[in-house]
Write a protein that binds this ligand. Structure first.
Ligand SMILES: Nc1ncnc2c1ncn2[C@@H]1O[C@H](COP(=O)(O)OP(=O)(O)O)[C@@H](O)[C@H]1O
Ligand SMILES: [Mg+2]
Length: 304
């Protein structure tokens, strides 16, 4: 592959969310610092949403690395559970040994008891849920009930939900009102700006061992930003393919031509991004106004 050609020690644009490559982007750092502060204040019922590929899973992993020692993390990357499966899985992750046929009210009592014991040893639990949009409504409601113990130690369980935009839509349903009111902090991960995209590319290249900072030409960087709309996963896909194309073209720096080849090779993914509609609407209005102006100028139509 292109590792040797570009003097890299490892692949710079792998798709797996690897904390080794974590880049301190303003949006991600804002989210992370606010989560950590909320957790420190014990006010944690937090929701982080973002488009597919904005970096939610990587942020989960970064959060797990940053938690203070008095917080016991329970990480649920695949939470599409029924309420009962959820309660069992949560208890299991907490290291509780329970008979598989335990009744619901017994399990809830055991969980309360466990949280109480942790409270007395100055520890508390942070449940971190990734892909929270896949949880059924009833399971989301179970989350609320878990933090609704109405005891001295109910702050002993804090929850951070990470999910796609669909989670917001789900939580806006009238039946989710109570859960929505619980959420003390919400944050939407923004896509990267052009400057952040450039910093991101540079950071990943340097982390992968590239000795010269930036490998993409100015035009190549601009094209990468426009095609990816600042979504890190798409930047990675296009970045990797551009470097492959560039290697094939025998370039030492990645040119706009190589990025164009990468975009053409990923056309389905590039066009799957939800782009803002207003530029098209403004263009349509200007176009229509222009045609009307011409018609009026030649007295083909008359507007009052
Ligand atoms: N701040 C960041 N620093 C480095 N890489 C990032 C950052 N944010 C996202 N990425 C990369 O972008 C890709 C998509 O991130 P991921 O966390 O899987 O997105 P999501 O979970 O939102 O779909 C991954 O390869 C991840 O490593
Ligand atoms: Mg993810």
């Amino acid at each position: 592959m292109y590792l040797e050609h570009f003097q890299l020690k490892q692949m710079p644009f792998e798709l797996a969310p690897n904390p080794h490559f974590y880049c301190q982007l303003p949006g991600h750092e804002d989210a992370l610092n606010t989560i950590l502060l909320s957790l420190k204040n014990g006010e944690g019922f937090i929701k982080i949403t973002g488009e597919v590929g904005t970096g939610k899973t990587l942020l989960c992993k970064q959060l797990l690395r940053k938690l203070s020692e008095d917080l016991i993390p329970v990480y649920m990357p695949n939470p599409a559970y029924t309420p009962s499966e959820f309660r069992h899985s949560f208890a299991q992750e907490l290291g509780m040994e329970l008979p598989p046929d335990i009744k619901r009210h017994e399990l809830e009592r055991e969980l309360r008891e466990h949280l109480k014991n942790l409270f007395h040893s100055n520890q508390s639990v942070v449940l971190i849920v990734d892909e929270a949009q896949t949880m059924p409504d009833e399971t989301l409601e179970t989350l609320r009930l878990l933090t609704n113990l109405k005891t001295d130690y109910d702050k002993n369980l804090q929850i951070v939900l990470f999910g796609q935009q669909e989670l917001d839509r789900r939580l806006r349903q009238p039946k989710m009102r109570q859960l929505m009111q619980r959420i003390v902090f919400s944050y939407q991960l923004p896509p990267l700006t052009q400057q952040e995209t450039e910093d991101y590319l540079c950071h990943r290249l340097i982390t992968a061992g590239y000795p010269y900072g930036q490998v993409f030409s100015t035009k190549a960087r601009r094209m990468l930003y426009q095609a990816s709309q600042g979504l890190p996963r798409l930047i990675n896909i296009l970045g990797h393919k551009s470097m492959m194309a560039s290697f094939g073209n025998g370039e030492k720096k990645v040119s706009a031509r190589s990025v164009r080849q990468a975009i053409q090779d990923s056309i389905d993914i590039v066009y799957s991004i939800q782009r803002p509609k207003w530029p098209y609407i403004v263009t349509a209005i200007c176009y229509t106004a222009g045609i009307m102006g011409i018609l009026q100028y030649y007295h083909l139509v008359k507007f009052v």
